[in-house]
Design a protein around this ligand. Structure first.
Ligand SMILES: Nc1nc2c(c(=O)[nH]1)N[C@H]1C(S)=C(S)[C@@H](COP(=O)(O)OP(=O)(O)OC[C@H]3O[C@@H](n4cnc5c(=O)[nH]c(N)nc54)[C@H](O)[C@@H]3O)O[C@H]1N2
Ligand SMILES: Nc1nc2c(c(=O)[nH]1)N[C@H]1C(S)=C(S)[C@@H](COP(=O)(O)OP(=O)(O)OC[C@H]3O[C@@H](n4cnc5c(=O)[nH]c(N)nc54)[C@H](O)[C@@H]3O)O[C@H]1N2
Ligand code: SF4
Ligand SMILES: [Mo]
Length: 705
C-alpha cells in the first residue's frame, strides 16, 4: 500500500478529512477512508465521501473541444487553438462592447486558488465584476444576513459548539441527509445529554426531524412569522439579555415594536402549528443558556432569505446567544469550498478578503496588490447568476464562461434558462466531465483537472482550511482551473499579474489580501498547510497559537460602532401565491446519496441503487383526493413547465405541499427536472432565487396536450 494522501472530501460543506491510498497492485485505483486526525470529522465519512474514488476516471473530459454552432458535433482542438479563439473574442468584445459583455459563472466546488485567479482576471484585468457563482443559489442570503446584522460575512461558530449546546435550533436544514457528519455529532451529543433540546423546523418531516424533541411542520415561507412569534413570547416573558442588548446592539426598539404584532394566535394560524408548539419552542429558547441555530437552504433559498437569516440572528442577539461556546447563528455551507469562494470574493458584489465592490477603499487595496491603475476595478456590482441569464436574453452578453457548475439543471425556470443559453453567441463550459447537460449548450469545452489532480485549499463551514494536494495525474490534456485563467490573462497581455509558477504562489498572494480582515488567513501558506494539514481562521501572520475557534468572543462586531444590528422585518410569505389553477406548493431539495446534478454520483452503483429514480412526494390526503395510488405517474405543472414522476405517498410531507428532488437533469431522466417548475424571483438583498417554493397543480393521469 502507498502512503496515504490526506485531503478533504470534495462534496459537502461539512468538510470531512479523507485519506486516499492506492493498493500497489492496481495502477490508478484509489481507495478512501476517513482521516481520524481531521478536526472537523475525526475519521467519519458518509456514502458520498466513501465512494468518491469510483467516479474519478468515468466520463472525463480530456481534451479541449470546439464547434461553431450548437447543432454541430464537437471537434477536438489544441489548447493553443482554443485559447487563441477565446482571447481573440475577449479582445474583440473589449474593443467593441466593453467588459460588461463578458460573464463568468463559477462554483463553490472550485479551490480557493481557482476562485482567486478568476477574480483577478475578471474584476481586475478585464474590469468587469461579472463573476458570480452557484453560491448565489446557495449561500448568498447567509452572506447578506451576516453582513447586515454583524457587519461582515463569516459564520461565528465551530463544530465544537455541537457538543456544548443545550438547545439546537435546526431550521430549513435536512442535516441528516445533507450534512450527515454534523448530524451524527449532534446525535451523539443528544445520546450523552438527555437534557439537550432539539427543535427542527421544516415543512417536510425529514430524517433530521427524527431526533427532534419538537418538530414544527410550518407552512413553507412562514419562517419569519415563527421567528418573530418566538421573539414576541420571549419579550413578553422578559426572557431577554438586557445588558447584552444595551451594550452590544442597535435597533432593538424598532425590532421590539414589530415583534409586538406577532401574537401567538396569528403566528400559529399562519405557520399552521399549535400555540402550544410555538410556546414550547420559545420555552426551549428561554430555558437554554446556549442556543445554537443551524440553517441551510430552507432559509436561504427564499425571496425573503436575507430577512429570514436576520430574524434568526435577532433571536441570538436578544438572548445574548452569540460569541460563546455552544451558542450562535451557524449557517451550514453547502459546497466544499463555498466558504473559500466567499473569502476570495467570488460573488459579483464582492472582492477578496471579505471586501465589497462598492467600497472605494476596498477597491484601492485590491488594485494595489494586483498592480493595476487606480479605478481599474469597477464600482458597479456585476451581474448575479440569474441576471446573466436575462443578460443573454437581452443580447447583452457576448461571452458566457461556465466553470464547475451545471446551470442547465440547477438554475430556476429551466425552459427560460435553456432558451437563453441557446441565444448565447459564445458559451464556454469548463468542466471535469463530459457529457453534462450544460455542455449541450456550449460552443467550447475546456477540460478541467479536478479534486485530487491539482493542489489547492478549501474552507469548510467552521472556517477550517484543509490542504488538498494532488495525488493523481491530470487525465489527457486537462488543466487546473486557475492555470487556464492565468494563461488567458497572460495571453491578453497581463504577464506580470499572472506570473505564477505554482498554486502555492497564488495562495501566498491571496492570503496577503486578507491581512487585518475578519477572515484573516495571512498566516497560512501551502508549506505550513502541507505540514499541519488543517488550520482554522482567523490565523494572522505572526500568529503562534490557535485563534480561530469562534468569532466575536469579545462581543465587538464588525460594524462601524462595533454593535450588532437588529432587523425589524415583517414576514412577506412566498413570492408566488397559490391560486385556483395552481393550488399546491412545490418544494425541492436533496437526497442523502446523490450530489446535485449527478455528474459523479450518478455513476456509482451503490448510490444509484439507493436512489434509483426521481419521484414526487405527496401527502396521503392529497393523493386520495386526487385518486393517486403509490407509484402512479403524476404530472405536475407550474406556469413555466412540467414534470411527470411516480408518486411517493408519504405523511412526511405536509398536506398541500409536494416535494421533488433536484438531482435529475435531462441526461438522467425524462421530464424529471425540479427546475422545470421553479421561478427566478429572488431576495432583493441577496439576489438568491426562491428555489424552495413555487405554485403548481397536479394532474393525476397527465394532461391531454
Ligand atoms: N446528500 C447531499 N448533501 C448535500 C448536497 C447534495 O447535493 N446532496 N448539496 C450540498 C449543498 S450545495 C447544499 S446548499 C446543502 C443543502 O442542504 P439542505 O438545505 O439541508 O438541503 P435541502 O434538501 O436543499 O433543503 C433543506 C430543507 O428545507 C426545507 N424547506 C423548504 N421550504 C422551507 C421553508 O419555507 N422553511 C423551512 N424552514 N424549511 C423549508 C425542505 O423541506 C428541506 O427538507 O447540502 C449540501 N449537502
Ligand atoms: N430546484 C433546486 N435547484 C437548486 C437547488 C435546490 O435546492 N433546488 N440548490 C441550488 C444550490 S444550493 C446549488 S449549490 C446548486 C448546485 O448545482 P450545480 O453547481 O449546477 O451542480 P453540480 O452537479 O455540483 O455541478 C458541478 C459541476 O462542476 C464539475 N466539477 C467538479 N469539480 C470540478 C473542478 O475542479 N473544476 C471544474 N471546472 N469543474 C468541476 C462537475 O463535473 C459538475 O458538472 O444547485 C442549485 N439549484
Ligand atoms: S458529510 Fe459531506 S464532507 Fe463528509 S464525507 Fe459526506 S459528503 Fe463528504
Ligand atoms: Mo448549495
Amino acid at each position: 500500500m502507498t502512503e496515504p494522501t490526506k485531503t478533504l472530501c470534495p462534496y459537502c460543506g461539512v468538510g470531512c478529512g479523507l485519506e486516499v491510498f492506492q493498493t500497489a497492485k492496481k495502477k490508478d485505483f484509489w481507495q478512501v477512508k476517513g482521516d481520524r486526525d481531521h478536526p472537523s470529522s475525526r475519521g467519519q465519512i458518509c456514502i458520498k465521501g466513501a465512494t468518491i474514488a469510483e467516479s474519478l476516471d468515468k466520463n472525463r473530459l480530456e481534451y479541449p473541444m470546439m464547434r461553431d454552432s450548437l447543432d454541430e458535433p464537437f471537434q477536438r482542438v489544441s489548447w493553443d487553438e482554443v485559447l487563441t479563439k477565446i482571447c481573440d473574442r475577449i479582445a474583440n468584445i473589449l474593443q467593441t462592447r466593453g467588459p460588461e459583455a463578458i460573464c463568468m459563472y463559477g462554483s463553490g466546488q472550485l479551490q480557493t486558488e481557482d476562485y482567486y485567479i478568476a477574480q483577478k482576471l475578471l474584476k481586475g484585468c478585464l474590469g468587469t465584476n461579472n463573476f458570480d457563482a452557484n453560491s448565489r443559489l446557495c449561500m448568498s442570503s447567509a452572506v447578506a444576513g451576516y453582513i447586515q446584522s454583524l457587519g461582515s460575512d463569516g459564520p461565528p461558530c465551530c463544530y465544537e459548539d455541537l457538543d456544548l449546546t443545550d438547545c439546537a435550533f435546526l431550521i430549513g436544514t435536512n442535516t441528516a441527509e445533507c450534512h450527515p457528519i454534523i448530524f451524527n455529532r449532534l446525535a451523539k451529543h443528544r445520546k450523552n445529554n438527555p437534557d439537550l433540546k432539539i427543535i427542527v423546523v421544516d415543512p417536510r418531516r425529514t430524517a433530521t426531524a427524527k431526533i427532534a424533541d419538537l418538530y414544527l411542520a410550518i407552512q413553507p415561507g412562514t419562517d419569519i412569522d415563527l421567528l418573530n412569534g418566538i421573539a414576541h413570547l420571549l419579550l413578553s416573558w422578559g426572557a431577554t439579555d438586557s445588558l447584552f442588548i444595551e451594550k452590544h446592539t442597535d435597533g432593538f426598539a424598532d425590532f421590539a415594536a414589530i415583534v409586538q404584532k406577532y401574537a401567538p394566535e396569528l403566528v400559529a394560524r399562519r405557520c399552521q402549528i399549535t400555540i402550544e408548539e410555538l410556546e414550547t419552542a420559545a420555552r426551549y429558547w428561554q430555558k437554554s443558556q446556549k442556543v445554537l441555530s443551524l440553517w441551510s437552504m430552507g432559509v436561504n433559498q427564499s425571496a425573503e432569505g436575507t430577512a429570514k437569516v436576520r430574524s434568526i440572528i435577532n433571536l441570538h442577539l436578544m438572548t445574548g446567544n452569540i460569541g460563546k461556546p455552544g451558542a450562535g447563528p451557524f449557517s451550514l455551507t453547502g459546497q466544499p469550498n463555498a466558504m473559500g469562494g466567499r473569502e476570495a470574493g467570488g460573488l459579483s458584489h464582492l472582492l477578496p478578503g471579505y471586501r465589497l465592490v462598492k467600497n472605494p477603499q476596498h477597491r484601492q487595496e485590491v488594485e494595489r496588490v494586483w498592480g493595476l491603475r487606480s479605478g481599474q476595478i469597477s464600482s458597479i456590482p456585476g451581474l448575479s447568476a440569474w441576471e446573466m441569464i436575462t443578460g443573454l436574453e437581452l443580447g447583452e452578453v457576448g461571452l458566457f464562461w461556465v466553470v464547475a457548475t451545471n446551470p442547465a439543471v440547477s438554475m430556476p425556470d429551466l425552459d427560460r434558462t435553456k432558451k437563453a443559453l441557446k441565444q448565447s453567441p459564445l458559451t464556454i463550459c469548463q468542466d471535469a466531465y463530459y457529457p453534462t447537460e450544460t455542455a449541450n449548450y456550449a460552443h467550447i469545452l475546456l477540460p478541467a483537472a479536478q479534486w485530487g489532480e491539482k493542489t489547492g485549499t478549501m474552507t469548510n463551514s467552521e472556517r477550517v482550511v484543509t490542504f488538498c494536494p494532488s495525488f493523481r495525474k491530470f487525465p489527457g490534456e486537462a488543466k487546473a482551473d486557475w492555470e487556464i485563467f492565468a494563461e488567458v490573462g497572460r495571453r491578453l497581455g497581463f504577464k506580470e499579474q499572472f506570473d505564477f509558477e505554482s498554486s502555492a504562489e497564488v495562495y501566498a498572494e491571496f492570503v496577503s489580501l486578507t491581512k487585518d480582515r475578519l477572515c484573516d488567513l495571512s498566516g497560512l501558506s501551502h508549506s505550513l498547510l502541507a505540514k499541519q494539514k488543517t488550520i482554522q481562521w482567523p490565523f494572522a501572520s505572526g500568529e503562534t497559537q490557535k485563534t480561530g475557534k469562534r468569532l466575536y468572543t469579545d462581543f465587538n462586531f464588525a460594524t462601524a460602532n462595533k454593535k450588532a444590528k437588529f432587523a425589524a422585518v415583517h414576514s412577506k410569505g412566498l413570492a408566488e401565491p397559490l391560486d385556483r389553477n395552481y393550488p399546491f406548493i412545490l418544494t425541492t431539495g436533496r437526497l442523502y446519496g446523490h450530489w446535485h446534478t449527478q455528474t459523479r454520483t450518478g455513476k456509482i452503483a451503490k448510490i444509484t441503487k439507493m436512489h434509483p429514480q426521481p419521484f414526487l412526494e405527496i401527502h396521503p390526503r392529497d393523493a386520495e383526493k386526487l385518486g393517486i395510488a403509490e407509484g402512479n405517474t403524476v404530472e405536475v405543472r407550474s406556469p413555466r413547465g412540467l414534470v411527470k414522476l411516480p408518486a411517493k405517498i408519504t405523511k412526511a410531507i405536509s398536506p398541500g405541499t409536494l416535494f421533488v428532488p433536484m438531482h435529475w437533469g435531462e441526461l438522467w431522466a425524462d421530464l424529471a427536472e425540479a427546475n422545470a417548475l421553479t421561478h427566478p424571483i429572488a431576495c432583493p438583498d441577496s439576489l438568491q432565487p426562491e428555489l424552495k417554493a413555487c405554485a403548481v397543480k397536479v394532474i393525476p393521469g397527465g394532461s391531454k396536450d
